[in-house]
Design a protein around this ligand. Structure first.
Ligand code: HEC
Ligand code: HEC
Ligand code: HEC
Ligand code: HEC
Ligand code: HEC
Length: 181
């Protein structure tokens, strides 16, 4: 009787300890994931054909957005750079690094790189980069802190409400036909 009671008791203690330890385990994993998210905030962007990192090029190497997205200043589209733009530097820089070897094959075979799009509006909505850039609106207002990203991802979905909110604040047009032509 007593023996039985003790063993049930210690069984309960074991279960409680096990519960406490698994709780600690979950907390450690959660904190780990939060720290990972803090230091690698952009792990969720799509994996590209080549591992291009904005963090390396813009944050570390201080290359201007406009070297690769110069079209944003004077046309509707910002565009993504051709292989020729990469070759301005990678004709000489780290040419034996495997992804750069791959990049150079694209260049010598005249095959452009298919970058997966991250930001795309439906066809019925019209957007124009130059009109916003000329007003001094920073890329980050819509695209987030791209220079911190190894793989580009959108910080929040670009909805009609997102566009309208700023148009209201900045007294830009909210006529339906401005964005639906
Ligand atoms: C203005 C110069 C410049 C241009 C243009 C440029 N890069 Fe780089 N890239 C660098 C430098 C500098 C490094 C760092 C090299 C090192 O670590 O020693 C680098 C590193 C890299 C790396 C290795 C690090 C990483 O990101 O994983 C890859 C891959 C790469 N570049 C791809 C590209 C591609 C693709 C393009 C064209 C879209 C491009 N680069 C355009 C200068 C440039
Ligand atoms: C050395 C060239 C280079 C520079 C400098 C550069 N980019 Fe890019 N950018 C690329 C390439 C290549 C892609 C396509 C691959 C990708 O998504 O990472 C791209 C993609 C993007 C995208 C995603 C496009 C989409 O599909 O939605 C955004 C947004 C962007 N760049 C913004 C910026 C901003 C903002 C800066 C400056 C802070 C910048 N880029 C500087 C080469 C560059
Ligand atoms: C006011 C919001 C806004 C600002 C500011 C902005 N973009 Fe964009 N960007 C967008 C939207 C919306 C799209 C998707 C356009 C579409 O699908 O028609 C886009 C698409 C892109 C793309 C994909 C290729 C393309 O041309 O559509 C790149 C690259 C890009 N932006 C880079 C930049 C850079 C670099 C800057 C700053 C110089 C910038 N953007 C400023 C909203 C913005
Ligand atoms: C951060 C603020 C901001 C955001 C976000 C923004 N806009 Fe704008 N937009 C402006 C301002 C300011 C102007 C006025 C530019 C001018 O008149 O010179 C403008 C002008 C425009 C124009 C040209 C209007 C005309 O008079 O022809 C279009 C089109 C447009 N925006 C579409 C969009 C769309 C679509 C989105 C969302 C994807 C968007 N904008 C998001 C600030 C913004
Ligand atoms: C500043 C730009 C802008 C203006 C002004 C604007 N829209 Fe839009 N609208 C958008 C964008 C961008 C989308 C696509 C959003 C998305 O995919 O979530 C959109 C989507 C829509 C949709 C599809 C919505 C859905 O939920 O599927 C309708 C309908 C629409 N707009 C109607 C209107 C009407 C009516 C007006 C005038 C009262 C208007 N829009 C003014 C930018 C604008």
């Amino acid at each position: 009787m007593t023996g039985e009671g003790r063993s049930t008791n210690s069984g309960a203690v074991h279960r409680r300890r096990a519960a406490v330890w698994s709780g600690v385990g979950i907390a450690v994993i959660a904190v780990g994931l939060m720290a990972y998210d803090l230091f690698y905030p952009s792990r969720l962007g799509p994996e590209q054909h080549l591992p291009f990192s904005h963090r390396v090029h813009v944050h570390d190497k201080k290359i201007s957005c406009y070297l690769c997205h110069g079209a944003a200043r004077n046309s509707a589209h910002a565009g993504v750079p051709e292989v020729e733009t990469c070759m301005l530097c990678h004709a000489k820089i780290i040419i034996d690094y495997p992804p750069i070897r791959h990049l150079r094959e694209h260049y010598f075979d005249s095959v452009s790189i298919d970058w997966d799009r991250v930001t795309r509006l439906p066809d019925y909505a019209y957007f124009n980069h130059a009109m916003h850039i000329r007003r001094g609106i920073d890329c980050g207002k819509c695209h987030g802190d791209v220079q911190a990203m190894d793989r580009v991802r959108l910080p929040e979905p670009i909805t009609m409400g997102f566009c309208i909110r700023c148009h209201r604040e900045q007294r830009a047009s909210r006529d339906c036909l401005t964005c639906h032509r």
